[in-house]
Design a protein around this ligand. Sequence first.
Ligand code: CUA
Length: 393
Amino acid sequence: MSVAKRPEQNQTINYPLIVVAVIVWTVISVFVYLYGAEWFMPEAATVEADAVDNLFRFMLAIGTFIFLLVETCIFYFAVRYGFMRDKDDDTDGPPIHGNNTLEIVWTIIPAIIVFVLTIYSFQVLVDTTEAKDNEKEIKVTGQQFFWSFEYPDEQYVLKINHILVVPEDEAVKLSMNSLDVIHAFWVPAFRVKQDVMPGRTTNLRFTPNEHTGLPDPSVIDIYDPTLTVDQLDELDFGYDVVCAELCGALHGRMRGKAFVVTDEEYEQFLEGLREIEREKERQRQEALENLDALKALGRSLFATYGCNTCHQLTDANSLNMGQGPSLNGLEERAATYSGYESAEEYIRTSILNPNAFVVSGYSAGIMPQNFATRITPEDLDILVTYLAAPKDN
Ligand code: CUA
């Protein structure tokens, strides 16, 4: 068997073919830049969306060019030196030892691309996160597994679950906290996303510019506290709010809706929330004057704040022999603990600072320590009055 002779490195480069290929790749990449993102990007509803989308399309175009370059070469060489080669030619390829020009080119071009992308995307980040004048600040709270929103108001705490309402063409600043684990607040149509962490406030800024209006009350009552995200999903308008950080078993259900409204609609929405607060105030007033009403409201708060998951209380239909002491007969017992002026004072202290007095047989630190931040002063008053009130059993 004779040793195959190595061919000389004498192949000429086909420059016209390369020029044609580069022109074709460039034209396709420009086309992708102009139209490529349209068909898979969600609708855009903020001023910031343009900047983010342009950056994305720029990266998509670069990616398209590199993809075409690599795939065309693979295809061309497979055909030219695979299928089309002379069947009798079993010679080796020419031995090539380095090519300085090529190495300089493929180092410098990617370095330039990365440099440009760094400057460009940093500029977009700065533009979309900088503080604007007259921002409307809305508080966002994430918890397993829903979002709640609190709107600024002089008189009341206007809080609602699942529903973000923002005025059109006004700069909005969300200030966000988590009550438990890390979540991420994301409205794809707004193109902005931010982690939401316990013990730390993070911000998100945007200026919505595509009006949606509010749902017709005859179709869906957004003020209904039992409203579910599934009911909101049935609406054919409004922008999806999602959690973008795997936060537990029901992470996928941690959703909501954002509505962009006119100034009048915004005021109308806040007025609806104020009306709910007024109604609650009436109920609380009634409860403090009427024992039956007090008990009804107290039982419901006992469940709302999850007291029934650990404490037995027959009056509230909680037969739980849980991690916490039974609260049956608390109204009589509480008054006897030394150091407290009244049963009410003992109960209030125990809710806000559970370790202040630990019932014998139980350990400190079992009850959540964060009720002081979770419970509203009004609800606390009712709950304390309810727990201190005489009960039948
Ligand atoms: Cu919250 Cu995922």
